[in-house]
Design a protein around this ligand. Structure first.
Ligand code: CMX
Length: 140
């Protein structure tokens, strides 16, 4: 069901201020920065071996990431699990009794379809199902 850990999301107050730790101190490669208006975030993807770190900065005080930082401070926000055929995976998870935040997938960062599982049904971890649409195209 799960292919890999696609990325780990890390909530930060400022991507600009957080980046040097990753790109200069840890010498990881910045893949790109993009804004995902629908999720209320700006994200920076950093390559880390065969996975990625995703720095998340809130675009407004009412975004999920701003609320998270206000309540818990900066830190690990979610773990993204790579899947194929995301709508089927969402159905399976719902049938298993877990609570999905998203009943169907929506567009996330980095050419991916995403859907979140509620952390209250997964021992406090916010999991994102993530299907890269560029992979789907390659597989056609
Ligand atoms: N990880 C673990 N627990 C979390 C959490 C997170 N990232 N975010 C919130 N929670 C917990 C809160 O601590 C709170 O727990 P308590 O009731 O024990 O205090 C509970 O979930 C409810 O939190 P809340 O602050 O009242 O916030 P909401 O209910 O309004 O929203 C959530 C929580 C998870 C449903 C919402 O943040 C959400 O829908 N997240 C998914 C979307 C998202 O995070 N998008 C940004 C990332 C974008 C991307 O990667 O592309």
């Amino acid at each position: 069901m799960i292919k890999n850990i696609d990325h780990i999301g890390i909530a930060v107050k400022s991507i600009h201020e957080a980046l040097p730790l990753y790109t200069e101190t840890l010498k990881l490669k910045l893949e790109g920065i993009e804004t995902v208006e629908s999720q209320g975030v700006k994200v920076a993807f950093i390559l880390a071996g065969n996975t990625r770190l995703e720095l998340l900065e809130a675009l407004s005080p009412d975004s999920a990431v701003a609320k998270f930082i206000e309540k818990r401070g900066e830190g690990i926000h979610h773990v993204a699990l790579g899947v194929e055929q995301i709508e089927d995976r969402i159905q399976e998870i719902k049938e298993s009794g877990l609570r999905m935040i998203d009943e169907t997938s929506r567009k996330g960062a980095h050419h991916a379809d995403v859907a979140f599982i509620h952390p209250k049904s997964t021992s406090g971890v916010l999991y994102e199902l993530c299907e890269r649409t560029e992979l789907k195209e390659e597989q056609k």
